[in-house]
Write a new protein. Structure first.
Length: 316
């Protein structure tokens, strides 16, 4: 559980009891940023994407992800950014070093590798497709190579099939296909349940959408380069998302603008709305292939159309 600390607002000198928020890691363990109590709180005058996110390492699995930077709203109206410490290096994981060229064994040249290590002569070229013709296999049984071993095994055990040893797998050699061993069928690991984050502000809605995209399997989530006409745009590898934190339903124009922007970037698109969608917007999204989600105040995205259900089932 995150520890509660006492911080002081630099503007009004009022003290607050602050607890850092916890976020769900992909392994299911809670991730809490480590607060830096020695650094002073900084007032936030404007938000930028790089400053609003911080890298935090999970103490359970060692995974590093970007999470919202802790902030505190004072009653005087000042928004304070709570400083955090950098993630420590994981225990037992040393940085790999370069191999020592002085002590490393000398590598063989191509000319040396092409010669016999004993006689220095080039080895005979293996015959092509020697394991496909029965007459060729019979002729190879008199050689000193792998065919001789198969012939000797058949002579020592008359009851066995010529060319194979009893109670053993068939010998493999040049041109002989290796026996195919069927692998057991393994079911794919189930995706852990999504851990919601309570929505109190528009920033919380954007945070939930970013976390949900990451839960679906999308990587490199960031603020979109092109600002949408309404709401907030998010971009990830292969998808463009729009978050509408307003209290009015998303309109037909909003859905079409998202689709046109995604078409220009040759990526898919998905829409998150806090107040739902207009009827014509839902119909248009179905025809354009846009998954629609509605955000409830508990921080859980709910699928609105069948495309959203398919995205949840298949993932990114």
């Amino acid at each position: 559980m995150a520890e509660s600390v006492t911080v002081r607002c630099p503007a009004c000198r009022r003290e607050h009891h602050y607890t850092a928020p916890s976020f769900p890691c992909a392994c299911g363990s809670p991730v809490t940023p480590a607060l830096d109590l020695r650094a002073a709180l900084e007032p936030v005058t404007h938000h930028t994407w790089d400053e609003d996110w911080v890298m935090v390492r999970c103490a359970a699995c060692g995974r590093e992800d970007e999470w919202p930077r802790p902030e505190l709203g004072c009653s005087c109206g000042t928004v304070l950014r709570v400083p955090v410490t950098e993630p420590p290096a994981p225990r037992g994981h040393a940085r790999p070093t370069e191999p020592d060229t002085d002590t490393a064994p000398a590598t063989r040249t191509e000319a040396d590798a092409a010669q016999d290590p004993v006689s220095g002569q080039e080895p005979p070229t293996p015959r092509a497709d020697s394991g496909t013709d029965p007459e060729v296999r019979a002729a190879e049984g008199t050689d000193d190579g792998s065919g001789a071993r198969r012939a000797d095994a058949g002579a020592d055990h008359p009851d066995s099939t010529p060319g194979t040893a009893p109670d053993s797998a068939p010998a493999t050699g040049p041109g002989t296909p290796a026996p195919r061993i069927p692998l057991p069928r393994e079911a794919s690991a189930p995706r852990p349940a999504f851990q919601p984050v309570t929505i109190r502000t528009a920033r919380d809605a954007v945070t939930v959408a970013a976390l949900y995209l990451r839960w679906l399997g999308y990587q490199d989530i960031r603020r979109a380069d092109q600002r949408p006409p309404s709401g907030i745009g998010l971009a990830a590898r292969g998808v463009l998302a729009q978050v509408e934190p307003a209290l009015s339903p998303a309109s037909l124009r909003d859905v079409e603008c998202l689709w046109l922007t995604a078409m220009t970037e040759s990526v898919g698109c998905v829409y998150f709305s806090l107040a739902g969608y207009a009827e014509d917007a839902r119909t248009r999204a179905d025809s354009l292939g846009i998954p629609l989600f509605v955000l409830d105040l508990t921080g859980t995205p709910r699928p609105v159309n069948s495309l959203a259900d398919e995205l949840i089932a298949a993932g990114a």
